[in-house]
Design a protein around this ligand. Sequence first.
Ligand SMILES: O=C(O)c1cc(=O)[nH]c(=O)n1[C@@H]1O[C@H](COP(=O)(O)O)[C@@H](O)[C@H]1O
Length: 241
Amino acid sequence: MKREIRDRLIIALDVETIERALLLVEQLRSSVGMFKIGSQLFTAAGPEAVREVSRMGVPIFLDLKFHDIPNTVASAAAEAAKLGVSIFNVHALGGSEMMRRALEAAQMAAERGGIARPRVIAVTALTSADQKTLNELGIAESPTAFAVRLAKLAAEVGLDGVVASPHEIRPVRDAVERASFLIVTPGVRPRWTAHHDQKRVMTPAEALNAGADYIVIGRAVLDAPDPARAVESIIEEIEDS
Ligand SMILES: O=C(O)c1cc(=O)[nH]c(=O)n1[C@@H]1O[C@H](COP(=O)(O)O)[C@@H](O)[C@H]1O
């Protein structure tokens, strides 16, 4: 069971330098299943960050949330596949054609390179968004209804899954029949940490019990004086729940 929990933890390498990222990977690689490289590290250090973390032999979720015209996203998706990442994401709000083209381009690039196709998942409603945020954008639906609608669209296109807040896990599972549909859940907070800018939060245990395949954790671990100890506390909290 303990192994299983570890495999479902993704640590967000939201740091400024490759050196800091590699140190975290070294400290945490035996305790977590995957590492996420997002806008901060990628903007600071580029694809070299992905290559260097890959060299440590750990799976990577490339979180650049592609959202552009279908042709541009397809080209970026091919590059993500060529980097050999395990998962990358796009914004479902880019629409079905954009998502389909991303998937096809990733497939083609992987075949050409003789490597596994990364799983392509769609961001639904950001976990920092609440009703007010959606209203500002002219969206009257609740965050849950909005996220479920986008998850269904991603599933129809054939994407491998979604990024969704803890509160959307059960509604997405109910709405999408495919059992293999991945749900990756950020916006989780152990009992002992602040919520920061995340609005629709749950604890890691609640998110896993609700049916998340993976949970994404950043600041609760990155800001801790001892990141490895923080991960162990999270695992203990899950086991005790
Ligand atoms: O795609 C993501 O990973 C993501 C989507 C989302 O809706 N909300 C969200 O927080 N994330 C990412 O998940 C991580 C959460 O970090 P913490 O809030 O520090 O645990 C950050 O790297 C975010 O960029």
